[in-house]
Ligand binder design. Structure first.
Ligand code: ARG
Length: 264
């Protein structure tokens, strides 16, 4: 009888200690980030106004409305922001490996991606857009006009999926949107698919480019922040910052400012 009680008591004690230990030294990304005093952002800075390179006071900087959001997230967590710039197609692998803590890159949450990462709610909504050389503007008015054409898209993007579904399309996937624009101008491709604010930016500043009225369908054109699967605490903290920025209507303001700032 007594021995039995002792065993039960020590089991209870062991469980209590384990629970306390858990409380004192929390595990997971959020705790690591606070401990390190910095959070590492993964992005692909060639997608103005989301994120892009800009020479500010003679220094190359990564700017954009996604970057403003990342800064606010770091500020709310009380840590420094470190930015790692890479090809869009590598972002999810890097977050899985733990080399970056979160992704903000105009990334659209979709079913495939949800298998490997967790997303916040969309912090920004956009539609898809198609732009072409101005001289071809009358040739592209419906989705059908894209059939059999050479279409440029970013590697690993949702636009790549859209293009691959177009009958007979010759899809050219490249790592960077900036390279795609050169391909379009030099007639190596006939049309590019990107999110509307990106297309708008290029067309505004390049009279030789034209924004068509074609709007390809996709499950979403919205953007969300991604973290490694299961990092629920970190995700919840990031969501809080996004909710605040949404309530303050700050993101829309940044979108216009950053569209102005981009060189393209
Ligand atoms: N929204 C698209 C996607 O999720 C394209 C995003 C491209 N972003 C970038 N930073 N290049 O695939």
């Amino acid at each position: 009888m007594k021995k039995g009680l002792m065993i039960v008591l020590s089991a209870v004690l062991a469980l209590t200690l384990a629970a306390c230990g858990n409380n004192n030294e929390k595990s997971g990304k959020l705790a690591d980030i606070k401990e390190a005093g910095k959070i590492v952002l993964g992005t692909s800075a060639e997608y103005a106004p989301y994120e892009f390179h800009k020479n500010v006071d003679g220094k190359d900087q990564i700017v954009g409305f996604d970057i403003e959001i990342a800064k606010e997230i770091a500020k709310d967590l009380g840590v420094e922001l470190e930015i790692k710039d890479m090809d869009f197609g590598n972002l999810l692998a890097e977050v899985k490996l733990g080399k970056i803590d979160f992704v903000i890159a105009g990334m659209t949450p979709d079913e495939d991606r949800r298998k490997s990462v967790d997303f916040t709610k969309n912090y920004y909504e956009a539609t898809q857009a198609v732009f072409v050389r101005a001289e071809d503007k009358d040739k592209f008015t419906t989705m059908k006009d894209l059939e059999g054409k050479a279409i440029g898209v970013q590697m690993g993007s949702t636009q790549e999926k859209i293009a691959k579904d177009i009958t007979g399309a010759k899809v050219k996937s490249l790592g960077k949107t900036t390279e795609l624009v050169l391909e379009l101008k030099s007639k190596k491709v006939d049309a590019l698919i990107v999110e509307l604010p990106v297309a708008q930016g290029y067309v505004n500043k390049n009279p030789d480019l034209f924004l068509t009225s074609i709007v390809p369908e996709y499950e979403s054109g919205g953007s969300a922040v991604a973290v490694n699967k299961g990092e629920t605490e970190l995700l919840a903290e990031i969501q809080k910052t996004l909710d605040r920025l949404t309530a303050e209507k700050t993101i829309d303001k940044w979108v216009s400012e950053m569209t102005e700032l981009a060189d393209q």
